[in-house]
Design a protein around this ligand. Sequence first.
Ligand SMILES: NC(=O)c1ccc[n+]([C@@H]2O[C@H](COP(=O)([O-])OP(=O)(O)OC[C@H]3O[C@@H](n4cnc5c(N)ncnc54)[C@H](O)[C@@H]3O)[C@@H](O)[C@H]2O)c1
Length: 332
Amino acid sequence: MTALDFMPAEKAPQAGSLALGATTNNAAAAGAAVQLQLQRRRLEGKVAIVTGGARGIGEAIVRAFVRQGARVVIADIDDAAGEALADALGAAWCSYVHCDVSVEADVERAVGCCVASYGRLDVLCNNAGVLGRQAAPSVAGVGARSGGIASLDAAEFDRVLRVNTLGAALGMKHAARAMLQSRGVGGVGSIVSVASVAGVVGGMGPHAYTASKHALVGLTKNAACELGEHGIRVNCVSPFGVATPMLVNAWRHGHQGEDEEGASSAAPVSAEEVEKTEEMVRGLATLKGPTLRAGDIAEAALFLASDESRYISGHNLVVDGGVTTSRNVIGL
Ligand SMILES: NC(=O)c1ccc[n+]([C@@H]2O[C@H](COP(=O)([O-])OP(=O)(O)OC[C@H]3O[C@@H](n4cnc5c(N)ncnc54)[C@H](O)[C@@H]3O)[C@@H](O)[C@H]2O)c1
């Protein structure tokens, strides 16, 4: 991270201004070139959409993208939080559009607004997601540990898959169309979805959530196969537990899911609850020391969105400190 990361985007030097000042001698030119390299922001000139960008991991991604020079459209259903964040980051860099990712017309409109405002789309981050509710087991002995497959609520299953999987697929569809149109003006495109460790192994969340994230990882690979031909990369990031409103509220309710209203993940969380949740995650973590934060996921998304990952596609970047690759049950 450089000092530039903390500089308001409007005040950050533009690449060209540095090059112009360094014409007097070779040493100065070389120095300026190095400085330019160091100071060049990682998403300079790019235009991005972040779904679910109003809070939690999405907010961290929005902030990281703007810090690194992107213009960002937040697409979310939480209008108050989304508009407040866009205002805080400044109209020149960030705007908000209401978009329920499970509604195709909303997704199409969000992409259309982005292209109308900024002329193109380079990066789509499919971050919006819901955990869903999971009923307690109603059949003795079946699904006794985490709430039951035997009492599966079909409508709830459908809701979770519509947001987490169909929402991402619709995002890919309309983003791919817009990216293909911007190819003539230098666009290639990167699509980054936020999946989960629940898309890698079982036992990390409710059944519908786990199914939705496994599907998202598969969708990422398939879309990468198809869109690679056009230079569009498609990847995903899979976080372990981050103490966002989603996770804090799920654990507040004492089970792996939202409460009965299903909107519980929007409830405000206190600093104390965040700390308690982080402590629980640290306890379950394989890697001891650091605490996984939304900023860590934003860094992974930033890498996959930027040209630094220009030959990476179809990849699931798991950010879990090794949880999914180890099961240290016998205390090696
Ligand atoms: N927090 C974790 O521990 C964790 C772990 C692994 C993966 N994830 C994934 O990270 C992503 C972000 O989760 P978070 O923890 O920040 O959750 P969060 O609940 O704190 O934030 C989710 C955001 O998505 C928005 N959203 C919800 N439904 C939407 C819809 N239909 N259309 C548009 N926006 C919608 C919400 O308004 C909110 O701004 C999700 O996809 C989640 O599954 C989270």
